[in-house]
Design a protein around this ligand. Structure first.
Ligand code: WQD
Length: 357
């Protein structure tokens, strides 16, 4: 019988791409999402790409424990990938309580249900933002986490620590630790620290679908190219970098999704060497904002309307990964080029325009 993976937040951008790769790797998937930040477009796309119309979809809020607990009762869950979280950096600064409440409570419920149902393998969607501003580049998993520069980033750091502590506690069963404590199922954990996920599935049936004005660079670029936005503002060209614009490690969304399959397989095939492991998921290649814009223009044969604007509060100058640990332990390495990724991003935007989205 195929192993089954619960994908919380699975109807969203990253969750839908991961669901496709999991199914195509032979896993069964249960998708849970409260639809607060997406519609059914990507979930319908997952069904079309995989040819599977039997993927269970549960519209639930992971902040409601009873709903999460029922998932573990209704389905035999072998692993959980937790994506369900708010992720807009700027919004988190304006509304910290909303972010701490949602991002922490949803993950706490997942872990509580996992250990109460005999234990589980938990994969947490973390972020390079936990490294903050550093000049020791590239960052490795041993690089020191800096104080978070936003409540969003802080929720990622806190959730990593919650997972670490839960793994440690459940490795030693309840009674042996504290008489009378209910026996807790063992939880094993992996945190994947993503750098900058961009692009779309080559089929153009799933991709990024930000609500309102995009916070992130690539959807803003594609919407500008499509005429939905007037002009792209490049936030800052006076940084101490080769062309003055910020450097990031842009990771193709399909490569990122495949990293999740590799991590889930490591857990389910009993290959973990520690009960809690962390991996950087990036390409190891820094690319500047201006380089990304000019590459987008070149590969798609179009001219983008952009201007230089003041720096954006909270941006770090540069960050990129040393991805060698994921290559060594997960057998995973990013394979798609930035050209291919930017072509896929534009193809997805064109699909949205054709379907008048
Ligand atoms: C990238 C670069 C901007 C928009 C954040 C989170 C990370 C992850 C991805 C959620 C920066 C510049 C952007 C624009 C611009 N989280 N930019 N004009 O801030 O590196 O990472 O989003 O998915 O955890 O920290 O990504 O795409 O917002 O910005 O010049 O209109 O593009 O200043 O240098 P970021 P981003």
């Amino acid at each position: 019988m195929a192993k089954r993976v619960l994908v919380s937040g699975g109807a969203g951008y990253i969750g839908s791409h991961v669901s496709v790769e999991l199914i195509q790797a032979g896993y069964d998937v249960v998708v849970a999402d409260n639809m607060s930040n997406c519609d059914m477009t990507c979930f319908e796309g997952v069904k079309k790409i995989t040819g599977r119309n039997d993927i269970p979809f549960e519209k639930i809020d992971c902040c409601d424990y009873e709903s999460v607990d029922k998932l573990f009762t209704d389905f035999r869950i072998d692993a959980v990938i937790h994506f369900a979280a708010f992720k807009a950096v700027g919004e988190s600064v304006a509304e910290p309580v909303k972010y701490y409440k949602n991002n922490l409570m949803s993950f706490l419920n997942i872990l509580d249900a996992a250990k109460s149902h005999g234990g589980c393998n938990v994969l947490f969607s973390s972020s390079a933002t936990v490294y903050g501003e550093t000049d020791k580049l590239p960052v490795t998993e041993q690089s020191e986490r800096q104080p978070a520069t936003s409540p969003y980033g802080n929720t990622k750091q806190i959730c990593e620590d919650i997972l670490r502590d839960t793994v440690k506690a459940t490795a030693v069963y309840g009674d042996e630790v504290m008489p009378g404590l209910d026996r807790q199922g063992p939880v094993k954990g992996i945190a994947l620290r993503y750098f900058n996920p961009i692009g779309a599935h080559p089929s153009a049936l799933i991709g990024e679908l930000p609500r309102g004005v995009p916070n992130n660079l690539v959807p803003y670029i594609t919407q500008t190219a499509a005429g939905k936005r007037e002009c792209l503002s490049i936030f800052g060209n006076d940084y101490p970098t080769p062309d003055g614009t910020c450097l990031r490690d842009y990771i193709d969304i399909v490569d990122l999704a495949k990293a999740h399959v590799a991590a889930v397989s490591r857990m389910l095939d009993g290959k973990m060497e520690e009960d809690y492991e962390i991996y950087n998921i990036g390409t190891g290649r820094p690319v500047s904002v201006l380089e990304l814009v000019t590459t987008f223009e070149k590969v798609n044969g179009l001219k983008l309307n952009y201007k230089f604007a003041p720096r954006r509060a909270g941006d770090v100058t540069a960050i990129w990964a040393d991805p060698s640990l994921a290559e060594k332990k997960l057998g995973w390495k990013a394979g798609r080029t930035i050209d291919q990724t930017l072509e896929s991003a534009w193809k997805w935007e064109c699909h949205l325009k054709e379907t008048s989205r």
